[in-house]
Design a protein around this ligand. Structure first.
Ligand SMILES: [Zn+2]
Length: 431
């Protein structure tokens, strides 16, 4: 049972275990004032405790509206999956459908302790879904050369959305720069966006070297890997975050470290689509920041960051025949502070005084979480998203399982209406 003492200035989350910066654990109270952590009062633990507070999780690669097509086309390889299962349905999606999918995806993430997401999708009203649910987000307009006028749309859409957000909406949902990928975006587009981004100053969200075919075809086209080619266009000059990077070389990793490009590891999606295993331990050795993402719910098929932590923790040990590869703390940091760094932020991703009060609160009074002998190990290897009982974004309890029937405080429509909207959209799409 989470004990929260509320006051006019904020609240105190009392008597909790915590995952703290510097790979420490602690026990005590977290004092929240306004949208930030005002104090962390540590003291020796004298009695059993069933509440764990960790930093809100940062999902660095997602396509939230794809809740509409959750699990569709399972068993197909990436190109056929896109062309046969996903693209035909996406072509029929209206703004209203996309909005319903975004709200539902954001709610799923909040219910699993994710407080900030980097999300890539198209649609005029699409980022509003995150605003309405009360989640932090970095969205984008996917750069695609085949869509006429898309470069101008990316530049002016990003500029006007960010101005509106800064001056009027004042939520934490901003648009970053984006190209879908090297293979769907030509050189003219990349150079044009790179020029505009000198003024926009946004980090770049993109898919990179997800499949062997994509990686090798780029070498055939340009004589360079996708990372080397993109670096030469200038589009990585403001840093960014690259999803997948399964086939990246050591030289690619060196470029990423130098250009402040984070590798976003998506283990579930890469296994489901048979893409392979990103060499994240090697990337870290070469100085690359590694974060985690779920990818979209069509290739995952959920948005549970605890599952991504668990898989990221296990698969690289198995591949290397070495249980010392990637410690539980390495993995926890990928899902929290490394994710914050990917998005160019130092105000989220850690429980520390002065940081935003973004909290993921877990009830440890569950059979699979007792005894709690080693907290980071418990988080990575035993915990599920469904163990989260409350999620706090900037001091607001946007999700609280104890408020039966009103778990999602920030959602403009409430859970029943959001579910009805989603299912209506699914029906309209003929699924
Ligand atoms: Zn993706």
């Amino acid at each position: 049972m989470v004990e929260v003492e509320r006051s006019e200035r904020g609240c105190v989350v009392k008597d909790c275990l915590m995952l703290l910066p510097g790979r420490r654990t602690g026990f005590g109270d977290i004092v929240v004032e306004g949208d930030s952590i005002a104090d962390i009062r540590l003291r020796p633990q004298t009695a059993p405790c069933t509440t764990l507070v960790m930093p809100g999780l940062v999902n660095c690669h997602c396509h939230a509206p794809m809740t509409l097509v959750r699990g569709l086309g399972g068993g197909l390889p990436l190109q056929r999956w896109l062309e046969e299962a996903i693209f035909p349905v996406e072509a029929r999606m209206t703004d209203e459908d996309i909005h319903a999918g975004t709200v539902w995806g954001a709610m799923e993430m909040l219910a699993g302790g994710t407080t900030c997401v980097a999300d890539m999708y198209n649609g005029k009203t699409y980022p509003n879904g995150f605003v309405e649910v009360g989640m932090r987000a970095r969205t984008c307009i996917p750069g695609l050369s085949i869509v006429p006028g898309r470069l101008e749309e990316c530049i002016s859409g990003t500029r006007s959305w960010n101005r509106w957000m800064r001056e009027e909406a004042k939520a934490d949902v901003y648009m970053d720069a984006c190209i879908h990928s090297e293979y769907l975006t030509d050189e003219k587009f990349c150079r044009g966006l790179a020029d505009a981004n000198r003024e926009l100053g946004r980090r770049l969200h993109f898919h990179c070297s997800e499949t062997r075919r994509e990686h090798e075809e780029c070498i055939g086209r340009h004589g360079k890997t996708p990372i080397a080619y993109l670096a030469d266009t200038g589009i990585l000059d403001r840093g960014g975050y690259a999803a997948h990077c399964v086939w990246c070389t050591d030289d690619d990793f060196r470029i990423m470290a130098e250009r402040d490009v984070t590798l976003v590891h998506n283990p579930t999606s890469n296994m489901k689509l048979g893409s392979g295993f990103a060499r994240i331990a090697r990337a870290m050795e070469l100085g690359v920041n590694v974060a985690l993402g779920t990818d979209g719910p069509a290739s995952n098929d959920n948005l549970d960051m605890f599952e991504e932590m668990h898989l990221a923790s296990l698969i690289h040990k198995g591949l290397a025949n070495d249980p010392t590869v990637l410690s539980p703390w390495d993995i926890v940091e990928m899902a929290t502070k490394n994710g914050a760094k990917a998005l160019g932020r130092d105000d989220i991703g850690e429980l520390a005084v002065g940081k935003k009060a973004d909290l993921c609160i877990v009830d440890l009074d569950r059979p699979h979480l007792v005894p709690a002998l080693d907290l980071p190990n418990l988080v990575v290897n035993s915990m599920h998203g469904s163990d989260v009982v409350a999620t706090v974004v900037g001091g607001d309890f946007t999700y609280d399982k104890s408020r039966a029937g009103a778990e999602f405080d920030g959602v403009y429509v409430g859970m029943e209406k959001a579910r009805a909207d989603l299912l209506a959209a699914v029906r309209r799409l003929g699924l």
